[in-house]
Design a protein around this ligand. Structure first.
Ligand SMILES: Cc1cn([C@H]2C[C@H](O)[C@@H](COP(=O)(O)OP(=O)(O)OP(=O)(O)O)O2)c(=O)[nH]c1=O
Length: 194
């Protein structure tokens, strides 16, 4: 029997690890530590594709075989990109802007086959409608600390679930790894789930 290709998740995000575990494929984790800066002339889709590729490339450069997966998530409101908050005031500003409105979450996924350096990169976008919140509710949510390491300062999989009225698109894109897209990309490298 052919030996299954090893999968390496280039991420320190516990959410991405949990999501990839859903696919029941064995994988290892190597945290990438890349500069998450980008040119302001890029579209949101280009930003997440470029950053996910940068994360995957950093790890692919250190190994000789296996398939590396990198991902990146941003929140976009009125064309402005919201990443992770710098501090509580920044989280307050982001949540004040997002409440009562619809924004788009973009997640990029990059796969690199280390042996051949073959690359696949794509993204998924999901629209999220957030309910109205008072300043007091926003401060209460921030006091849970949940927003502090999340793009857009909320987590749909946590208390943030109570802030989201509806979504259009893949839920997993919002959490940080679109599973349908990831599985499709893995299958293009010959890795099938079932
Ligand atoms: C909007 C949203 C984001 N997030 C998270 C997903 C990502 O972990 C984070 C965005 O930051 P990223 O820079 O995409 O990822 P990361 O720094 O956490 O991990 P790594 O670069 O090592 O892979 O926000 C949620 O968990 N839930 C949500 O609802």
């Amino acid at each position: 029997m052919e030996k299954a290709a090893e999968i390496i998740l280039a991420s320190s995000s516990p959410r991405r690890r949990e999501l990839l575990e859903t696919l029941k494929l064995p994988f290892t984790i190597m945290s990438s530590d890349v500069e998450e800066t980008f040119s302001s002339s890029l579209t949101p889709a280009e930003v997440v594709e470029q950053l996910s590729l940068r994360k995957a490339r950093e790890i692919a450069g250190k190994i000789s075989s296996g398939i590396v997966i990198g991902a990146d998530t941003i929140v976009v409101l009125d064309g402005n990109i919201l990443g992770k908050p710098m501090d509580e005031d920044d989280a307050f500003r982001m949540l004040t802007a997002l409440q009562g409105r619809t924004h788009t979450v973009y997640t990029g996924v990059a796969l690199i086959e280390a042996a051949t350096q073959a690359v696949q990169v794509a993204h998924s976008a999901t629209q999220v409608k957030m309910r109205k919140m008072t300043d007091q509710e926003i401060r209460g949510y921030i006091s849970t600390r949940e927003p502090m390491d999340k793009a857009g300062s909320y987590a749909i999989q946590g208390f943030g679930a109570t802030l989201v009225e509806e979504i259009q698109g893949d839920y997993f894109t919002v959490v940080g790894l679109p599973l349908q897209l990831t599985a499709k990309m893995l299958s293009q490298f010959g890795i099938r789930l079932f």
